[in-house]
Design a protein around this ligand. Sequence first.
Ligand code: NAD
Ligand code: IPM
Ligand code: MN
Length: 359
Amino acid sequence: MEKIITVLPGDGIGPEVVASAVKVLQVIGKRFNHTFHLNYAAIGGAAIDQYNNPLPEETIAMCEASDAILLGAVGGPKWDNNPPALRPEKGLLKIRKHFDLFANLRPVKAFPSLLASSPLKREVAENVDLMIVRELTGGLYFGEPRKKTDAGAIDTCVYSREEIERIVENAFELARLRRGKLCSVDKANVLDTSRLWREIVEEKKKQYPDVETEHNLVDSVAMKLITNPGHYDVIVTENLFGDILSDEASVITGSLGVLPSASIRGDNFGLYEPVHGSAPEIAGQGVANPAATILSVAMMLQYSFGLKEEAAEIERAVAAVFEDGYYTADLAQEHTRTLTTEEWTEKVLNEIDASFVSD
Ligand code: NAD
Ligand code: IPM
Ligand code: MN
């Protein structure tokens, strides 16, 4: 198979974790006989510095000519006081909107060998395997009007029926392919957008009698995700709630550094990025956990290219390195071996190579 991938390293630890993920992609290409053409472009703070634009036309054009996008992270203190249009985060929001990547899939799977790194009790965190389906191109992130003056500020939460219908359908389809359970998360006791959301889930569920559906308010889900995460299979929710709940859910796995994501729109095209941000306080030290970005490459292989075996090989290799007791600093415990980003990536590459030698 031959594919074109646009690589957007971004800021902070973005370039470090992307370099690791690219190495893994290349070894998979070599072992499974695929050609991945990689084109690099600027986004976020790096693009502001170079083009005075967090999402330059050149970057959009390159992404349009590719089959998928791999992104690191954007943002950092250097640009935090920029005007809204010249913030790194604006580049990320624009690229999601430009490509209509409305469905953000954020799987949360507890690795058995990382349970000691989670602050949750082993019996609570073990066997957790859930998927947060986050609406990504609507809600408070994009609603108009939005404005800030010294006297006050406004953000607007808007959802059209169509926007809700398509993400809810997506979540029902996913639930059907998984354990058949869907939890729709809203704030229908307060918000009109949530009331419409709930009505649409009720309508849609008639087409999915095989899926066990429940509604839950976001505040109580924030609690239950920690007390009983094993309860959940697929969670579907609006943009901001999904953002917050996914960082929260990372606690179950032991680190934000292991959560991947796929942003898709229903065809083969997609943008793949870790759930975490640019972690400026550890950037440049070579200590970031690259697992989330490596696992995002696995999601790219699966969702954009249909390469299931290749995706599974990456997931197997990552789990095997954890099982061997190798961790990056974010996961480190007493008596574990702490590796740098590059050393840990090397272990994953060796694991993949070794599986071919023994075949
Ligand atoms: P963050 O996700 O960057 O970091 C949160 C915490 O997790 C920090 O303690 C950090 O050190 C740690 N962490 C995150 N990823 C890690 C990894 N791979 N390995 C080890 N530790 C890791 O969130 P933040 O600090 O709130 O935000 C920093 C910047 O990142 C902000 O500018 C924010 O806007 C941006 N951000 C970008 C994205 C994105 O590009 N998708 C996502 C979230 C935040
Ligand atoms: C994420 C990030 C982004 C978001 C920011 C950086 C715009 O937190 O991808 O989770 O809020 O969507
Ligand atoms: Mn976030």
